[in-house]
Design a protein around this ligand. Sequence first.
Ligand SMILES: [Zn+2]
Length: 225
Amino acid sequence: MEVVDLSQVLWSDMPVYHGDAQFQCTSTFLLPGGITTQYIGCSSHHGTHIDAPYHFFEDGETVEQLPLSDFIGPVIVVDVTDKAPRQRIMWSDIEHYEERIRLGASQGALVFFRTGWSKYWLSQEYSGHPFLDKGIAEKLIEFGIQAMGIDTFSPDETPVYDLGGTTKDYGVHQTFLGAGAIIAENLTNLEAIQDGDWTVCLAPLKILGCDASPVRAMAWKRGTA
Ligand SMILES: [Zn+2]
């Protein structure tokens, strides 16, 4: 069975969202016989991960409270690779997907947005990704979508922190997490699943009371598992 890896590699020099800690994986002790044990130091938002409602809402669900069924299902990959850096993507740009999204929602589909920005993962340009207008999140929720994903730091604009970082608009996070739905960020390889019928899995670690969790995002052709 062909399984497509949709996750970035977790390592100490990988990019992190402004202000976040660096990832670490270090040796703790060596048991006799060369048996290794390591310590993993990880933010809940490192690398490819999912955001739970608690990330924005004190009374929202944490990762271990969400049903696993929210994280597995057929995927619709919305192609927005024609967008410019920091361009706001409007519902009108993608409304030709409406029928597929409506039908997909009735089958428990997840909706992924492929900006193509994962190719900038290790460069400065990664923060300057196009982003979604809140209106898109409102439509997805209206249609009954429980999970969305994107190949950038965030579905909302990532502020230019070096210039003062004035952007405080988290409309997509607020709308989606506020409806009890989840968001996956820093996905990669979405070009591999753009066409055809794919099932994806984004299952988070079962961490008590956590707002988000790194995931090993993957996809396989529907009907092969
Ligand atoms: Zn996040």
